[in-house]
Design a protein around this ligand. Structure first.
Ligand code: FAD
Ligand code: NAG
Ligand code: NAG
Ligand code: NAG
Ligand code: NAG
Ligand code: NAG
Ligand code: NAG
Length: 523
């Protein structure tokens, strides 16, 4: 398909009709009287509250409204922003909201979800955790309590003195409710697998602990099931020993090395048996100058990786090399340089198998080349568009570690073998590009999945042992990377979606979360 200039102009005129903009409810220019009344009542509690329009000049309100990874969220204007620092304060906010049933609200931790309305609200109450970000280690160093607004770099920095780490994000924080893929995941599972307690405010305003002995159904559901069960006010995470110096960082390569890098990725996933090693591979194309670059994130949980593991990568000469032996906190903080603010973003997630040998390398080369060719064939894209395709290895090692750590709602099974969590990212500069970005993200991702299904149906993943080979059944979509129009939870193993849906209904019988805040829904 070729989008002509004429159609493109039409699309730009119609952007307010697209679903992503519809969530923004762009017509109102002021909060409803109910929203204003709710905000006023919330401000009588002990948590800091900043109310529109006076809040517009307040730096806390300004940060809450505007500091999102995707700038599209900052188009929305909260009626007020409240900054709770305890479960009691959140409970008070919920009880006030219950008196004003027409007022929407949003929960914001790191603000990294690009999906408009998931952690942002137009004229509703924004509950933001930026002031609840402390890390506290337990007396025996075995667990750490983390506030929902914490940043992983700071958490890991705070734990360095105790020679321990938690399984957190590689690049950002606050991702625990969607699972959490970490450099430590092949050793310890997803980040959510290491949560031992959630302090949570339920839809009726009550405060409970969900853990292995209390509210056990809720405990299970929170391990990857998202934000529709309540408002989490504290996570308690298991800690793991980490050496003072580990190996990692980024290398940047020319797009001319795409094939060699993709082949090395297939080889790494197929052959690496050391769970301390990890890599993420991202190819990107900037439309402005057609610059094609790869950025690879390397990690080894030790001062130097044993010979062999990264040899095929090491043979490819990078343009820039920032890999070194350094602290884990330094790696996490330095990787933050790729976290660029001020642009609009879409993420879309797909899951594909890692196939053996040349089936695997052919698959990666074909989907990458098709992706590139399709983008280049679009001759009417606005300047400022950048596309990237990320390969996030999800080895059977990670599934085994997830199971060993107690498991989660995704239901990963090592017997199903190795795969990749692909992430399609588009960034652009102004709202005029929203509709095109939306449609391209979907087309590009669907093409990749279709290619994988139609060319390799029935070919078994590397390390495949047993299980249903049906693509839909066993390739869970990663919710933290998913686009608002996807339904990641329905791709989880077995009858997990039905279980989650029942638990959601049980804890939200009056549909407080289901109807009044954004996020992926149980319908
Ligand atoms: C630069 C970048 C790097 C990333 N790197 C990784 C990575 O290494 N590994 C990985 O797994 N993912 C990664 N992600 C994806 C990330 O996990 C998701 O974007 C995730 O949603 C971010 O969480 P957040 O708290 O920052 O987001 P927010 O946008 O604040 O919230 C996301 C969702 O969680 C809900 N929520 C937030 N706080 C609460 C709460 N206290 N109680 C209940 N619900 C709540 C919100 O309502 C929203 O639906 C990355 C994203 C970006 C932008
Ligand atoms: C916790 O870590 C500190 C700092 O490394 C150490 O002094 C202390 O002995 C540890 N406590 C336990 C119970 O291991
Ligand atoms: C510890 O966490 C606090 C936030 O609670 C942060 O300000 C500080 O920089 C962190 N320390 C390190 C060494 O990262
Ligand atoms: C589990 O919840 C109960 C009830 O609130 C609490 O007493 C217990 O300490 C919690 N367990 C953990 C591991 O936090
Ligand atoms: C990558 O592997 C494919 C086989 O799938 C091969 O044709 C291609 O030449 C390899 N690329 C490089 C750069 O070696
Ligand atoms: C899927 O791929 C096949 C083979 O390349 C092609 O014939 C078919 O049209 C594609 N379907 C869609 C929906 O893109
Ligand atoms: C695999 O899953 C598909 C799709 O749900 C189903 O039709 C099929 O019966 C399953 N096969 C086995 C062996 O369980």
């Amino acid at each position: 398909m070729h989008i002509s200039s004429a159609i493109f102009s039409l699309l730009s005129l119609c952007i307010f009709a697209t679903p992503i903009q519809a969530q923004a409810a762009t017509s109102a220019t002021a909060p409803s009287p109910q929203a204003s009344a709710a905000c006023l009542e919330i401000s009588t509690g002990s948590a800091e509250t900043q109310i529109w329009p006076a809040g517009l000049t307040n730096p806390d309100y300004e940060d809450a409204k505007n500091h999102y990874y995707s700038a599209a969220n900052a188009d929305l204007t909260p009626a007020c922003a409240v900054f709770p620092t305890s479960a009691t304060e959140v409970s008070f906010v919920v009880k006030v909201l219950l008196k004003y049933p027409t007022v929407p609200f949003a929960m914001k931790s790191g603000g990294h979800s690009p999906n408009v309305g998931f952690s942002s609200t137009n004229w509703g109450v924004l509950i933001t955790f930026s002031k609840d970000a402390a890390t506290a280690i337990s007396a025996n160093n075995a667990t750490a309590e983390v506030g929902p607004g914490a940043r992983w770099g700071q958490v890991i920095g705070n734990l360095t003195a105790y020679n321990v780490a938690v399984v957190g994000g590689r690049l950002v924080g606050g991702l625990l409710l969607g699972g959490g893929l970490s450099f430590l995941s092949a050793q310890y599972g997803l980040a959510c697998d290491s949560v031992v307690n959630y302090e949570i405010v339920l839809a009726d305003g009550s405060i409970v602990n969900a853990n292995a002995t209390s509210f056990t159904d809720l405990f299970w559901a929170l391990k990857g099931g998202g934000n529709q069960f309540g408002i989490v006010t504290k996570f308690t995470l298991k800690t793991y020993p980490i050496p003072p110096m580990v190996w990692g960082g980024t290398r940047t390569y020319s797009g001319l090395d795409a094939s060699a890098l993709l082949n090395a990725t297939q080889n790494f996933i197929q052959n690496n048996n050391d769970p301390k090693a990890a890599v993420i591979v991202t190819g990107s194309l900037a439309i402005e100058n057609l610059a094609e670059l790869f950025v690879l994130f390397y990690f080894y949980d030790g001062p130097t990786p044993p010979a062999g593991i990264f040899d095929e990568f090491d043979a490819i000469v990078p343009i820039a090399d920032q890999v070194s032996t350094q602290s884990y906190a330094d790696i996490v903080n330095t990787n933050d340089q790729f976290n660029i603010y001020g642009l609009r973003y879409i993420y879309r997630a797909e899951t594909i198998p890692n196939l053996p040998g040349t089936s695997g390398t052919d698959l990666y080369n074909a989907i990458y080349n098709n992706w590139l060719a399709y983008i280049i064939s679009q001759d009417t894209l606005l300047p400022g568009f950048t596309f990237s395709l990320g390969f996030q290895p999800l080895q059977a090692l990670t599934a085994a570690a997830a199971v060993a750590a107690g498991g989660d709602v995704l239901g990963l099974d090592p017997g199903n073998g190795d795969r990749n969590w692909l992430i399609f990212t588009i960034s652009w500069e102004t709202a005029a590009g929203d509709a095109v970005a939306d449609s391209l993200a979907t087309i590009l991702a669907n093409d990749v999945v279709n290619h994988s299904k139609t060319h390799y149906a029935g070919v078994r993943n590397t390390r495949y042992k047993e299980g249903n080979l049906s693509y839909e059944e066993y390739d869970p979509i990663y919710s933290n990377d998913a686009m608002y129009s996807q339904s990641p939870y329905s791709t989880f193993a077995g009858n997990n979606y039905a279980r989650l849906k029942a638990i959601q209904k049980k804890y939200d019988p009056n549909r407080f979360l289901a109807t009044r805040t954004g996020g992926f829904k149980y319908t």
